[in-house]
Design a protein around this ligand. Structure first.
Ligand code: FMN
Length: 184
């Protein structure tokens, strides 16, 4: 049996990103983002969706740059905090104790405790419904060495990342099979 339910966004897990941004004077902020995705491999483009006129949205719209930091489960509580509090009132780097590191190309700082750090330059913003879809070209990227596999690519198993769905945090990282295992 199938049942009609209210249309919603809970169809699949959302990976969490901690997006870093700053004001023109270099005051840093962090926003927790569940709605993020890859858009293009060449050139590498990602998207984030920020609802309404949130403080971080206003910063990114003005400076046209953001960092996309992928957290691991050891900093889950800090990620939750950055999604429950506004940088307009508090300094989230100070409150969480997360460590700022310099970016190589963009002005916003990156987060040391996140094993993947992308530096992004905004190439377009599209307003759809209540969301602002921000497209960022990845102009620089670094990772912790210990999450790379023998081929030098990111190992999701080693990454220990987590997903957000239906108001809960879920573990990721178990690989069931490799692409193409079904044959042609
Ligand atoms: C797990 C989680 C995921 C979130 N995902 C998003 C998202 O994808 N887009 C969004 O606009 N807000 C999202 N939020 C809410 C923002 O992180 C929250 O409104 C934040 O306090 C805004 O910070 P700012 O005022 O410093 O910009 C999420 C919050 C949590 C806890």
């Amino acid at each position: 049996m199938k049942k009609n339910i209210q249309p919603s966004n809970i169809t699949y897990p959302q990976p969490i990103a901690l997006v870093t941004c700053c004001d023109p004077d270099g005051n840093d902020n962090i926003i927790t983002i569940a709605w993020t995705s890859n858009v293009s491999r060449v050139p590498p483009i990602v998207m984030i969706s920020i609802g309404g006129e949130k403080y971080s949205y206003r910063l990114i719209r003005e400076t046209k740059e953001f960092g996309l930091n992928i957290p691991c489960s050891s900093i889950l509580e800090k990620a939750d905090f950055c999604g429950e509090n506004s940088g307009e009132q508090i300094n989230k780097f100070e409150k969480t104790g997360l460590t700022k590191i310099d970016s190589s190309v963009i002005k916003p700082k990156l987060i040391w405790e996140c094993p993947i750090n992308y530096e992004c330059k905004v190439i377009d913003i599209i307003k759809i419904g209540g969301g602002n879809i921000i497209f960022g070209e990845v102009v620089s990227c670094m990772t912790d060495e210990n999450i790379l596999d023998e081929n030098g690519t990111v190992s999701v198993e080693k990454l220990d990342t987590f997903a957000y769905i239906n108001k809960g945090y879920f573990a990721l990282g178990k690989c069931f099979a490799k692409r193409g295992f079904s044959g042609k």
